[in-house]
Design a protein around this ligand. Structure first.
Ligand SMILES: [Fe+2]
Length: 259
């Protein structure tokens, strides 16, 4: 059996873990102090190991609000929009990708009476969260890039007679930041492009359909971290086709004098 570099995990593979959520003193009392999350990659809390950290947040509460804030690490989110969920002034789409450089302020976001589910995806863990405007003193400099993208197209599977297609969500930057949707026709082989060198790696999320990896079938909702150091092995779209989000992390954007 060949070595498989990508380890896809489903929600069922990952037990929930309780973590304390740092919050500003001004946050409403209804916000939870402890949140149950599923660490798909890496760990959570003070003992989180160095290296990638992917967390699924499922118990974001009804009427929850996350105020504008920033972190000390570069980060993607994958949002699964629910009725009444919002990011700034817009509804969160059925599937949304958000990216923010470290020290780029983003949000606010929240939801109405239905809870909200999303992934937070990082190349390295950090427990720092700084709300604005009261934590302005922690904003050592301003991160440049942040974007919120509607990727509903990734929920629509390609038909048998369609060509497989890669579409840029975020065009490739010199530091390796690059986000794409791959829509693979049923049974098509999937050739992941090589990662830049150097690169921390990338996340691969199955947005729709099934992925066949050796003798394993991975369904939509599965996530893997690809550090790029081991060949992924042959990958194929399943009988329904397969849509992937391929979210490549940049080299750490924090200037060395601020690390
Ligand atoms: Fe955040």
């Amino acid at each position: 059996m060949s070595t498989l570099g990508l380890q896809f995990r489903s929600r069922e593979d990952v037990s929930p873990v309780d973590v304390e959520v740092p919050k500003p003193s001004s946050e409403p009392a209804r916000a939870p102090k402890v949140r149950s999350v599923r660490p798909f990659v890496g760990g959570v809390g003070p003992d989180a190991p160095e290296g990638p950290q992917a967390v699924l947040i499922e118990d974001y509460p009804p009427y929850g609000v996350t105020r504008s804030h920033f972190h000390a690490v570069d980060q993607y989110h994958i949002f699964f929009g629910s009725e009444g969920s919002w990011y700034q002034r817009s509804p969160i789409p059925a599937l949304g990708v958000h990216y923010a450089d470290a020290y780029a302020t983003y949000g606010p976001f929240g939801t109405d009476e239905v809870s909200l589910t999303f992934f937070a995806l990082r190349a390295t863990p950090s427990r720092m969260i700084a709300y604005m405007p009261e934590s302005r003193d922690q904003l050592k400099y301003r991160g440049r890039r942040h974007a919120f993208l509607d990727v509903g197209e990734a929920l629509v599977l390609a038909s048998n007679d369609e060509e497989s297609q890669w579409t840029d969500l975020i065009q490739e930057h010199d530091d390796g930041l690059h986000a794409e949707v791959a829509r693979m026709a049923p049974g098509a082989s999937i050739d992941l492009p090589p990662l830049p060198d150097p690169s921390p790696g990338r996340y691969i999320f199955i947005a729709a359909g099934d992925l066949v990896q050796g003798d394993m079938h991975h369904a939509e909702g599965c996530l893997a971290w690809d550090p790029g150091d081991v060949p992924a092995g042959p990958l194929y779209a399943g009988a329904r086709g397969c849509n992937l989000l391929v979210l490549q992390m940049p080299q750490c954007t924090v200037p060395s004098e601020y690390q």
